[in-house]
Design a protein around this ligand. Sequence first.
Ligand SMILES: [Ca+2]
Ligand SMILES: [Ca+2]
Length: 532
Amino acid sequence: MTRLTTLAFLGLVACTATSNGNNDSSTDPNNPNCANGGACNVGGSSGGGSSSGGASSSGGGSSGGPTASATNGIKDGDETDVDCGGKSAPKCTEGKSCGSDDDCDVACAYDKKCVGAPSCAVHLGGDTCGEGEVEQSGPHESCCRTLPVKGWTDPSHPGKQVYLDKYEITAGRIRAWVAAMAKMYNGNPDVRTWIQQHRPAIWDDAWNQFLPSDWEGPVIVINRRLLGDPRPEDYGWGVGPGVIVPPPTDQPRHLGINYQFNSEVYVDLHGSDCGAYTDSYGFSTYFYPADILDRDGQQPRTDGTGYNGQKIPAQELLDVKAMNCIPQDMLAAFCAWDGGQLATDSVLDYITASPPDLGWVSGCGTQRDNHSDLLNKKYDTSIQTGGRCPAVSLINATFDAGDNLPEPNSYLNQHQYWYPDLGNQTYDKEWEVSAPGRASLATAANGKAVDAIAINPGDEPWMDLAGNLSESALQMNGASFSGLFTLKYRGIGYGSSRSDLNTTYMKGETVLRLQRPEAKAAYIGGRCMRFK
Ligand SMILES: [Ca+2]
Ligand SMILES: [Ca+2]
């Protein structure tokens, strides 16, 4: 029952076959047709028509006559745009018209235009990034837009231009990935098998144990100490706010898609906030239907009201927002499927002119962003200086997701984004998290976004790097991958991310919790980089 609900919700039921029954997309990582419910009925329009016309390598199409050519500067034969698409012309590039994925070098989107990355073939979260909400007439663009990193070369990709995506990854793009995985593996979103078949250049096979192979599983048994905060039992401390003590025994945890972005955690981080419980302030952005949430006592996600007074179903408003509550290994796997790689700390540091060491720093410059200092109101040693990031008072970043610490009305708990209006609801605080590209408009001068960072003045900027969500990155040592993840910048709940539990070694542990592949929290998002 649960699984049927989920399949219908993903739109997979209507996508089980194309007109010719061709299943060869199952081996193509860049071919997520049927990525959402609206993009499925594309197989027949070009392929079906041309096959009876005897299209040949000379370019003769069913309707274009014997002179159709892929070099004549007109759309003829079975081309879907000028001199591209169809059976014999070259694949179309981003922005050109298409009928199916076969017409494009990457994928054909819901609006029959080729896209630059497969995850952006969907509408919500795919082409809704930039200024203005969906119902407004903002200049939205592809959420997969990627910008060259001028002056930067990646030692492991010599001769390639490095690109970093302009926007944080959206929940809608993750949903498109899940749908593509399910389509590829007989209805089961088997990310584990996909990674084994398409091992990324930067990957650790030890991460595979945390990947989903299905909607529900597999199940992994996790050491009890990792499932809670061991400091109370190690040091005789009392249990403070937000502290979960370890269970008495090791515990099974589900790894399936229905759990990966949900409240169940595989390593306890302080303030993970991925569950929408009655007395919590969770703010996860991946929509699950009520029956999935009900299994562990969560409330259904909240429908919103848009600027035109219209009701917006919870999934529609969540899909456009930045993705959080996703384990870091899953971010890396997603970017690999999407044709790139999770950003490295090196490229992020280059763009923002940040110091290379995590230490106590989560943003630009040399500030000492210490959780305890802020709790003790030592703001003078904790305020950001240096680097290209805008000041923390201007970006969408709050110390505490519940707005309770370090003190009411402090600028450290000042939202720069608030949408949709959920009436100050506290158990479902997703209204704090922005869709990429509109996080700081509330404080913008002259209509310009504040959280926009460019290497050179006048360059097209990257959006929301400094705020909205803190960003997971691959930690590099020069040209070598350290094997660990790291967390950059600030966002909603960034004070929790700096908790000692996350950033200092607990007794018996040799890896910081925030560096682990299975770590997830509502304050952690990410973005991809690419090499061309
Ligand atoms: Ca032509
Ligand atoms: Ca960010």
